[in-house]
Design a protein around this ligand. Structure first.
Ligand SMILES: NC(=O)c1ccc[n+]([C@@H]2O[C@H](COP(=O)([O-])OP(=O)(O)OC[C@H]3O[C@@H](n4cnc5c(N)ncnc54)[C@H](O)[C@@H]3O)[C@@H](O)[C@H]2O)c1
Ligand SMILES: O=C(O)C[C@H](O)C(=O)O
Length: 336
């Protein structure tokens, strides 16, 4: 029996993400939590004739903690797209004041009701919300770094799509699986086009076009925020990306060679984490490709950090400087 809970299930991401999960054969129970509108979303999804069972939970008042508790109990995987999205002119960090406490309270609920669950954080700013969740779980004595995932998959999805668009006659997006490392905001996003099968295509571009491609991946979120013009940020592509990571984790319960990039806590207990940390100025959180297994993150592929080009090294340094502050801000929110 596999139970998956989505917190923020009635939102722009939550709804299509829940739809995709409802269709996944590896999910037996789909639990939907939100502070509004979720009974309707749950009723709607429950008519789909896939085999999983859907349940929805909404608190009856601000003080009611039982709805969250009941939605989480027995969960194997909890995915969090709860919180406010950006409007034009805002940075992800501008969301910190509202989303930090939302994410902290949900993490507290996980600590109390599903301490062994895999936890996937979509809520922005990811560079700070993931440390918030880690610190909250630590405070409760239930933190397992192998099971906490900051969802940066949308950056990989964009990196694959955008390079393929430049070579539309010769390639398809699915030809690529670019490693995107660092964090999830602007210059903390570092796509590694110099590795793997993208190398030859990337090197054929002029320097200006290379820069434009990197910039498009780093600021792809802004394209959607501007196009939605005040009505939110990426939801459908994000639902796909969040689903891809969740699907890979569910697959890794049965297969042993699943690799995804994720923003993780580089705890010494994880194979390859110590080596990674030494290559990124000792940062505690960073996105890197990781090997997944039944126990979660089994190994960090730190070797990519040794293979990157000189230009990517420069991008990495900028990312490290910004990430240091974002991570500290998240940790301080819980510790102070
Ligand atoms: N990691 C990424 O790549 C990525 C991509 C896109 C969006 N995001 C982020 O995801 C978040 C959600 O975006 P969205 O477009 O779905 O927003 P949205 O406003 O459409 O939906 C958010 C949902 O969260 C719910 N919510 C608010 N407080 C809650 C709480 N305490 N418990 C449970 N649910 C709660 C709201 O009721 C709403 O239904 C934003 O922070 C956004 O910046 C991240
Ligand atoms: O841009 C945003 O605020 C949402 C998300 O982080 C994205 O990359 O699309």
């Amino acid at each position: 029996m596999v139970k998956v809970t989505v917190c923020g299930a009635a939102g722009g991401i939550g709804q299509p993400l829940s739809l995709l999960l409802k269709l996944n054969q590896n999910v037996d129970e789909l639990s939907l939590f939100d502070v509004v509108n979720v009974p309707g979303v749950g009723a709607d999804l429950s008519h789909i004739c896939s085999d999983s069972k859907t349940e929805s939970f909404v608190p009856s008042s601000k003080e009611d903690k039982s709805a969250l508790a009941n939605s989480l109990k027995g969960s194997d995987l909890v995915i969090i797209p709860a919180g406010v999205p950006r409007k034009p002119g805002m940075t992800r960090d501008d969301l910190f004041n509202i989303n930090a406490s939302i994410v902290r309270d949900l993490a507290q609920g996980i600590a109390e009701n599903a301490p062994k669950a895999f936890v996937l954080i979509i809520s922005n700013p990811v560079n700070s919300t993931v440390p918030i969740v880690a610190e909250t779980l630590k405070k409760n004595g239930v933190f397992n770094p192998q099971k906490l995932f900051g969802v940066t998959t949308l950056d990989i999805v964009r990196a694959n799509t955008f390079i393929s668009q430049l070579y539309a006659k010769e390639t398809k997006p699915s030809d690529f699986n670019i490693n995107v490392i660092g964090g999830h905001s602007g210059e903390t996003i570092v796509p590694l086009y110099s590795l793997g099968n993208s190398k030859s295509y990337y090197e054929k571009l002029s320097q200006d076009d290379q820069k434009a491609l990197i910039h498009r991946v780093q600021f792809g979120g802004d394209e959607v925020v501007q196009a939605k013009n005040g009505a939110g940020s990426a939801t459908l592509s994000m639902a796909y990306a969040g689903y891809r990571l969740a699907e890979s984790i569910l697959k890794s319960f049965k297969e042993s060679s699943v690799v995804e990039c994720t923003f993780l806590n580089l705890d010494d207990s994880i194979k390859g984490a110590k080596e990674a940390k030494q290559l990124i100025n000792g940062l505690d959180f960073f996105s890197l490709p990781v090997k997944l297994g039944v126990n979660g993150i089994e190994e960090v592929h730190y070797q990519v950090l040794q293979q990157i080009s000189d230009d990517e090294k420069k991008l990495l340094q900028v990312a490290i400087d910004q990430l240091t502050k974002n991570i500290e801000k998240g940790v301080a929110f819980i510790k102070n």
